[in-house]
Design a protein around this ligand. Structure first.
Ligand SMILES: Nc1ncnc2c1ncn2[C@@H]1O[C@H](COP(=O)(O)OP(=O)(O)OP(=O)(O)O)[C@@H](O)[C@H]1O
Ligand SMILES: [Mg+2]
Length: 154
């Protein structure tokens, strides 16, 4: 039993009620019917951590398999990092659950396509898309009004 749990157990009931209310307001509880969500991400490395957390929360909300969620977390990391490194100030991410598959789609404003590099043990970079290919069911890109979308399917 952790310290905070012990403190809560001995707290007067009125304090306990207040704590419960605060927790309930901050909990992630979107409507069940929500199967597609979109986020604007700032073009900054902190966005990568946020993107990972969003993917995990939403995929768990849709009761997807934990092993699949772990794969999706890694893929989101790579695709969003690439989008942030690409040209253009805007990065948007859409997460979709279209049974039986879930999708991560990342929009950026660089018209250049992602190019998977050949596996080279001596290279210091160029592994991101190799990981995407290994952990996503499928992935690809297409042009969009904002320049392009890179997507991955799970
Ligand atoms: N969203 C993108 N927009 C434009 N070019 C991209 C994008 N994603 C990837 N690329 C191109 O594809 C190449 C390969 O991407 P990959 O993620 O495999 O490697 P990297 O980003 O160069 O290195 P690493 O991911 O290992 O840090 C990149 O170097 C870049 O030229
Ligand atoms: Mg990369």
């Amino acid at each position: 039993m952790g310290l905070s749990q012990r403190a809560t157990d001995s707290a007067p009931s009125v304090v306990r009620r207040k704590r419960q209310k605060k927790t309930a307001m901050s909990v992630f509880s979107p409507p069940q019917s929500c199967h597609s969500v979109e986020f604007s991400l700032i073009s900054d490395p902190t966005a990568v951590q946020l993107a990972r957390r969003l993917v995990v929360e939403w995929f768990r909300h849709w009761s997807l398999d934990e092993a699949l969620i772990e794969d999706a977390r890694l893929v989101a990391s790579e695709i969003v990092t690439n989008a942030i490194k690409a040209k253009g100030p805007t990065v948007r991410m859409r997460i979709r659950w279209t049974p039986p598959h879930a999708y991560i789609e990342v929009y950026d404003q660089d018209p250049n396509p992602p190019v998977r590099q050949a596996a080279d043990p001596s290279a210091t970079g160029g592994r991101g898309l190799l990981l995407v290919e290994a952990y996503a069911r499928r992935w690809n890109h297409y042009p969009a009004e904002t320049a392009k979308v890179v997507w991955a399917e799970f």
